[in-house]
Design a protein around this ligand. Structure first.
Ligand SMILES: O=P(O)(O)OC[C@H]1O[C@H](OP(=O)(O)OP(=O)(O)O)[C@H](O)[C@@H]1O
Ligand SMILES: O=c1cc[nH]c(=O)[nH]1
Ligand SMILES: [Mg+2]
Length: 206
């Protein structure tokens, strides 16, 4: 299932990120802020349970999150969304997945993975700004499932139709959230109009 989170603040910040004249500092800041805005919608259906507390005035049955939340950034670019999400879910744990796309084959190559202990029982939120062919996201979901994850959401900023279709076909049980659905991929597998290479723009590596 695909949800495109359409909000004036997200459109405004994403346009700053798309602008080729935006530098590393503003690119990172806006990515972080959009991550925080998106997570409000992404977590709308997280399960809660009743909890008995006392207010200063009376007993009260409130609510707390029923399950742990694990944020799973796809390195490198996904790291740019973690702190904005952690601002809203400060108790979240982080699972790191390192992979890069081979520039010729466009296939993802995995170089790192590390999971928190409670990963299988947690609500897992995979984050990566870019969903291009979908190969990296599909591989990350495969890895999360292989480590026992039962409930997975995928949060990307910009997606290409090719990537959305591929993820929906490979993992129909995973809810996919985007801030924008773009037009297409170019012959090098980059999203058009997109925002360029997210990892390089976050970390200043080009
Ligand atoms: O949908 P796909 O076709 O798999 O492409 C998207 C992937 O490519 C980018 O990562 P990249 O390989 O540039 O690594 P980086 O984050 O280290 O820059 C991006 O952050 C995604 O992970
Ligand atoms: O447009 C794209 C495609 C893949 N990875 C990026 O960072 N940008
Ligand atoms: Mg990159």
């Amino acid at each position: 299932m695909l949800t495109v989170i359409d909000h004036p603040l997200i459109r405004h910040k994403l346009t700053i990120m798309r602008n080729k004249d935006t530098g590393t500092k503003d690119f990172r800041q806006n990515l972080d802020e959009i991550g925080g805005l998106m997570v409000y919608e992404v977590t709308r259906d997280l399960p809660t349970r009743d909890i008995q507390i006392e207010t200063p005035m009376a007993p009260y049955v409130g609510q707390e999150l029923a399950k742990k939340v694990v944020i799973m950034p796809i390195l490198r670019a996904g790291l740019g969304m973690v702190s904005g999400i952690m601002d809203l879910i400060p108790t979240a744990q982080v699972a790191h997945i390192g992979m890069f796309r081979n520039e010729e084959t466009l296939k993802p190559q995995v170089y790192f993975e590390k999971y928190p202990k409670d990963f299988p029982e947690a609500e897992v939120i995979i984050v990566d700004p870019m969903l291009a062919t979908g190969g990296s996201s599909i591989a990350a979901i495969d890895m999360a499932k292989a480590h026992g994850a039962q409930s997975i959401r995928l949060v990307c900023l910009v997606g290409a139709p090719e990537g959305v279709n591929a993820v929906e076909k490979a993992h129909p049980d995973v809810h996919l959230y985007l801030a924008a659905l773009d037009e297409r991929l170019n012959e090098h597998g980059y999203i058009i109009p997109g925002l360029g290479d997210a990892g390089d723009r976050i970390f200043g590596t080009k």
